[in-house]
Design a protein around this ligand. Sequence first.
Ligand SMILES: [Fe+2]
Ligand SMILES: [Fe+2]
Length: 258
Amino acid sequence: MSKRSPDVRLMDAPMFLAGPLPAAAKQCEAVMAAHRHRFVPADRRHLVTAFFRAESLALFALREAAECLPDIYRIPLIEQAADEERHVDFFAEWLDTRPMVPRPRARARQIPQRLATLLVNEITGFLQFCTLKSLCGEPGRRDAIEGMARDELRHIGRLIRWMKTFEGERVMKPVSGSVDRFCRAMSERLRQFFPRAALSPLVDALILPHIRPIRTLFGFDEFGPEVDDGSARDPWYPLGDGGPFSLCPRSGDEHGSR
Ligand SMILES: [Fe+2]
Ligand SMILES: [Fe+2]
């Protein structure tokens, strides 16, 4: 069967923000509520550290985007970076320390692919905040986490609107494969937040609610996109596959931005 690069057609932002995303958020909250009893203090400490690093990488990715994208994107991206700075500060205060997070090497990418990388990271970040909220028992921190999740919703809406301006253009072609690879690495990504073996059932239960809204947004069918890089031959959820995402990304790793 020949492979082709499909046209990427995104769901409209209001529809996505009112349907697939809140549905996935509810699932993430419910999954965490069902697995909360598995957590020991060291898991919580690790999780907060992982959030600190993830938000730091989001900040680096935004600064890089603001530096290299055209002027029309710059001011909103600088605003968005200010949100991420607050998120980083929140986790640093929670940890009472500021671990070193190296900035990944900058990488040249076309605009839609850069926006898509930011977008899938924002969606995953939003869902991870919903998951964290369900674990956190302190009302003050829960409110702060909700506030950060609302920031991410704003970022998601803006990125979808920007991406839709490229629909039908050739530069959208590589986006499918890129989003597909991000989804394939979801298991690995989540395991970096919950690495202890006793938390594996939690990770397994979180994978689908994290992948499904992204797949819906990008219009992938149940078998994933038909792309020309060979990735569509693999199963959609290769559990345990290393994948490109890392909290300590290899230099130039395109999915290391959150
Ligand atoms: Fe954030
Ligand atoms: Fe964000």
